[in-house]
Design a binder for this molecule. Structure first.
Ligand code: SF4
Length: 320
């Protein structure tokens, strides 16, 4: 259902493509410099790569076979026949652009595909990769999603991200200089963060000039450093109500032109340690939307934007 208090992904897709489009998550078999020993072999404290494995994934399936499975599932569930393949495992732009091209070409060959989305780290955009992404972006709708997580370098260090907020800013500059559509993934509720962190992160994201934002709560998944710290009682997680408040605060400080790709995150139930409420996505979304309605607030309100700004056309993908 359309939500006029934020610029959501469904309304954005309808503007751009004139119809309903759904993302299809794929497993490209990528790796990550924060796991292969290049930056670190420990990974980020919150990361269990298996938690981003698509629900429909089956070992050994090609990209086209994954598209078949994913599109069949999504078509039945949402009654759509247009798809945006999304490579979200590990760091998709780390490595050889030719290898990435093979995977992208295979995904794009599937009927009903309208473009492509890639997820990556801010510090894995070499010139040759940017050249490739620019070319791809000229041929199809391309959305590059950057794992920002936070603008706070102290928290980035604690996360073992092995990049800084300056790296992040430079990544967005490089993408936008080549007119590549971008999005920022943010985590709300990491230990050591506060209301001030949320406000600083929202301001930082505005400065990046990104076209989209994906928000998620810190969810503790099995086999991670953060799971060990949680078990040791080193920190407490936010309640759902507190998370909704933080999300609303972030949205109020986000320009209406920015597409909100997601308001909450979820990991597979069998991998989730906590919080339990993160498994109930609809309840979390209802809380956020209900509170926005009750407070009569909207995306960009704290920046002085009228609610009607959300009805203006989204960023032109060829004019960023
Ligand atoms: S979150 Fe991303 S960058 Fe961090 S270890 Fe996992 S795949 Fe690598």
């Amino acid at each position: 259902m359309e939500d006029k208090r934020i610029r959501n992904l469904n309304s954005f897709f309808r503007h751009i493509f004139g119809r309903k489009v759904k993302k299809v998550c794929l497993w490209g078999g990528f790796t990550c410099p924060n796991r292969d020993g290049t930056f670190s072999s420990r990974g980020c404290t919150f990361c269990n790569p298996l938690s981003s494995r698509p629900k429909t994934y089956e070992e050994g399936k090609s990209i086209v076979q994954q598209m078949e499975n994913g599109c069949r599932y999504i078509s039945r569930r949402y009654n759509v026949n247009s798809f945006l393949p999304y490579f979200q495992d590990y760091t998709t732009t780390y490595g050889d652009p030719n290898e990435l091209d093979s995977l992208c070409t295979e995904a794009l060959s599937y009927p009903g595909t309208v473009g492509l989305s890639l997820c990556t780290r801010p510090d894995c955009l070499e010139e040759s990769m940017l050249d490739y992404l620019e070319k791809l972006s000229g041929e199809t709708f391309l959305w590059v999603e950057i794992g920002v997580q936070t603008s706070d370098d102290r928290i980035l260090k604690d996360m073992n991200r092995r990049h800084t907020s300056l790296d992040t800013m430079n990544a967005f500059k490089a993408l936008h200089a080549r007119r590549i559509f971008s999005a920022a993934h943010m985590i709300i509720g990491y230990p050591g963060s506060s209301v001030e962190t949320v406000l600083a992160d929202a301001e930082f994201v505005r400065k990046t000039g990104t076209n989209g934002v994906k928000l998620q709560n810190l969810h503790v998944v099995k086999n991670t450093v953060i799971a060990n710290r949680f078990a040791a009682g080193e920190f407490e997680l936010m309640t759902m109500e507190d998370y909704a408040d933080m999300v609303i605060l972030f949205l109020e400080h986000t320009e209406p032109r920015v597409v909100i790709l997601r308001l909450t995150g979820e990991a597979p139930e069998e991998l989730t340690v906590a919080p339990e409420w993160s498994l109930h996505k609809m309840i979390v979304l209802n809380r956020i939307h209900g509170e926005m309605q009750r407070r009569d607030t909207w995306q960009g309100k704290a920046l002085g934007f009228n609610r009607s700004s959300l009805n203006s056309p989204p960023d032109n993908i060829r004019d960023i």
